[in-house]
Ligand binder design. Structure first.
Ligand code: IVH
Length: 702
């Protein structure tokens, strides 16, 4: 262990003399290298993460003030040091949201109508919007403290990203220090991208050097370059940066997005100069058309434009739904389309047993990527589009979406083309594959005995956003499953007790120990990850988070689901279906999971292997006077729209329900409240007017 006495951090960075700075940078380089060695090579951290962070940030702060003193062995660049093995996690102070998409003018019109409805604006009122190109790159968060760049991270899953500070420091467009009137804490968000010419030159240089791994497109090249564990490699890649959004900030920096962009510019950030302030729908659609027409002339790739409500107060009122803001939308350019031939239709069996037909295609290049398969979604879709094997078809690819078959060119249909015949038997386990009346998808009924589902479920279970077990990827799981080591999630935690794994080829003592360590640290897991990891149909990350937020503890969730699965009429079922965004279909999937005896056995077995499923912890902004309260809104409201008032209540941690019961804490009654108000009075529930309600939550409406 290190006693850290040698590092003195009591002199503020801006008071250091040049010789003090020089000595300290030397000391920091030496110590941080030592801590890294303990951490990465010996797997035995010698100081706390918090202290380590302080040293790294201080090192960057000193380097920012005295760039001439940056050492060859600077920990920020890790020049001369071993590349790190894995990025540190960064918890975003404010979630990094994604954007909802509009694919047509109608979608954009609807977006504006939704906003007006939410804000109770009349049809004739015009909303100010900022329209910007949507850069096709990788989003990042840049954190500045007292004007110094201290940390940069990727978006990750929106809540937790990867610490790519050292890599970002190599970008020429990144201001390492900003001056003028800057808040103590300022987070700026933007997109790392690669200019098309830089990409072409880089690939050409690789080709000349005999490198066969050419990069598919500028976006992949940018993402791959930024996520290099060795910053020396990132430094050699031509990366650029545009900034366009605000993260956490300790004080107000502007009242509108437009003014914010101007401030970014003053501070020295690169802001896209095609951004325009627009008034209403005609203006933004005009912008879309102009940008679409000049898209190929731009030196960088864009995949659409983004519209953002200009006024920050309105943005705050609009808030977010799921993982995207209500105040912004991406208007995407049409997907690129090409023609090719369907050689064959094969079936893949997914984690939930869905049989998905896949078109095996004559390889073609779409948007710089070679495509040799496309999804056909389901057999109804094949029938509807009359797709046959041997047909020439138009396929399209938009962004990262799996390529799709759009239509058949009937005039090119060969005489020997033949229709697709659905499989009634699962190609993996031989169980019946059925398609219930009214459903589009055929599913294997083999459940837990179907290897496709088992392996897929295990892969999902160990994946990044679920249990995140390092080293337990697709390949290892396939091996461990087929060699009989794991059959269910709980088996993963029993692996360590199996002495024979070590004798398997490629599973020496070092790699098994590493895996056991990675498994051990996951014996404590958060409730939302746990729920997500179960792979219940339709329970993705967002739904898992909503469930965790509602039930708080594993015990409450588990017991509630058991009760609801035995009685469809009970209050717990009613509560489940009234959770925001969880409707009957999703609730039924959860209940179906709990009804299945084998699933319960596997679940209980897993819980026994774990040390703790931690309760959902409430983000600080959710601590409010209505946090955890159950609210009913009734009657017609005058000040806020019903959608807005409900959304705000949910954001502040309240449960909004439709019916009044003894569990209701407040009823907010507008004009003409009927039977609900009477019932509330009878039950002696606290009744608030709309104005009283707004007063109660006022400090929390930003
Ligand atoms: S705003 C809360 N503006 O698009 C909204 N995003 O598909 C924050 N993107 O994750 C994003 N250009 O990576 C915004 N001008 C722009 C953008 C932009 C590209 C990316 C960003 C975001 C993704 C959503």
């Amino acid at each position: 262990m290190d006693n850290n006495d040698s590092i003195h951090i009591d002199i503020p960075v801006n008071e250091l003399t040049i010789s003090e700075a020089k000595i300290e940078l030397k000391q920091l380089a030496k110590s941080i290298a030592k801590y890294d060695r303990y951490y990465y090579q010996l797997d035995a951290p010698s100081i706390s993460d918090a202290k380590y962070d302080i040293y790294r940030k201080r090192n960057i702060a000193i380097e920012t003030r005295f760039p001439e003193l940056i050492r060859k062995d600077s920990p920020s660049y890790r020049v001369g040091a071993n590349p790190i093995k894995k990025f540190d996690e960064v918890y975003h102070a404010q979630s990094m949201l994604s954007l909802d998409n509009a694919f047509s003018e109608e979608d954009v019109i609807e977006f504006i109508a939704r906003i007006k409805h939410f804000l109770c604006l009349s049809n004739t009122e015009k909303i100010e919007l900022v329209a910007e190109p949507k850069i096709d790159g990788l989003s990042i968060n840049l954190r500045y403290e007292n004007g110094c760049f201290v940390q940069g991270s990727t978006r990750g899953n929106g809540s937790v990203g990867e610490d790519v500070t050292a890599n970002l420091l190599t970008l020429k467009d990144l201001p390492q220090h900003i001056s003028g009137k800057v808040p103590d804490i300022l987070e700026v968000r933007g997109e790392v991208y690669m200019l098309r010419n830089d990409f072409i030159n880089m690939n050409e240089a690789r080709r000349v050097a005999g490198d066969k791994n050419l990069l598919a497109n500028p976006r992949n090249a940018a993402a791959g370059s930024l996520r290099q564990l060795n910053p020396k490699i990132t430094a050699s890649r031509p990366l650029s940066l545009f900034c366009y959004a605000l993260g956490e900030t300790s004080e107000n920096v502007a009242n509108t997005h437009w003014d914010f962009l101007a401030r970014l510019n003053e501070w020295g950030f690169k802001v896209n100069n095609l951004a325009r302030l627009c008034y209403g729908i005609e203006d933004i659609l005009e912008f879309y058309k102009t940008i679409k027409d000049k898209k190929t002339l731009l030196p960088y790739d864009i995949d659409g434009v983004v519209y953002k409500v200009n006024d920050f107060k309105l943005q705050n009122r609009l808030g977010q739904i799921s993982r995207s803001p209500r105040w912004a939308i991406a208007h995407k350019f049409p997907a690129e389309q090409v023609q090719t031939i369907i050689y064959k239709i094969s079936i893949s069996v997914g984690r939930t047993g869905a049989l998905t037909p896949l078109a095996i295609l004559k390889p073609v290049t779409v948007g710089g990527v070679v495509i040799n398969r496309a999804t056909l979604h389901n057999e109804d879709e094949i029938l509807k589009k009359d797709i046959r094997i041997g047909d020439t078809v138009i396929i399209q690819r938009a962004g990262d979406v799996i390529p799709q078959v759009v239509s058949v060119i009937k005039t090119k249909r060969p005489a020997d083309s033949h229709p697709f015949i659905p499989l009634f038997i699962c190609p993996v386990c031989g169980s019946n594959a059925t398609k219930p009346e009214g459903e589009a998808i055929r599913r294997c009924t083999g459940g837990l005995i179907c290897n496709a589902q088992r392996v897929e479920r295990l892969i999902h279970f160990a994946s990044k956003n679920a249990f995140d077990i390092e080293g337990l990827g697709e390949k290892s799981i396939n091996f461990l499953f087929h060699a009989g080591y794991i059959n269910s999630p709980a088996d993963i935690f029993r692996l360590e007790k199996n002495p024979t794994l070590i004798n398997q080829p490629k599973w020496g003592e070092k790699s098994t120990n590493k895996l056991f360590n990675a498994i051990r640290v996951r014996k404590i897991i958060s409730l939302e990850r746990f729920i997500y990891s179960l792979g219940i149909r339709q329970i993705g990350e967002t739904m898992a988070l909503l469930l965790a937020h509602h039930y708080r503890s594993f015990k409450t969730w588990y017991n509630s689901m058991l009760i609801a699965s035995n009685d469809h009429e009970c209050e717990i079922w009613e509560q489940l279906i009234s959770i925001d965004q969880i409707g009957i279909s999703i609730a039924n999937n959860i209940i179906d999971f709990f009804k299945e005896k084998h699933n319960l056995q596997a679940l209980n077995d897993l819980v026994e292997q774990l040390q703790q499923i931690t309760d959902y912890s409430v983000p600080s902004q959710h601590i409010s006077p209505i946090y955890g309260k159950t609210i009913v809104f009734t009657g017609s409201l005058q000040i806020l729209s019903r959608n807005e008032i409900k959304a705000r209540a949910r954001e502040l941690g309240a449960k909004v329900t439709r019916s009044v019961s003894t569990k209701t804490d407040y009823i907010v009654a507008g004009a003409n409240s009927g039977s609900k108000l009477i019932k509330a009075k009878n039950l002696k529930i606290q009744i608030l007017s709309e104005a009283e309600w707004i007063e109660l939550i006022e400090n929390h409406i930003s």
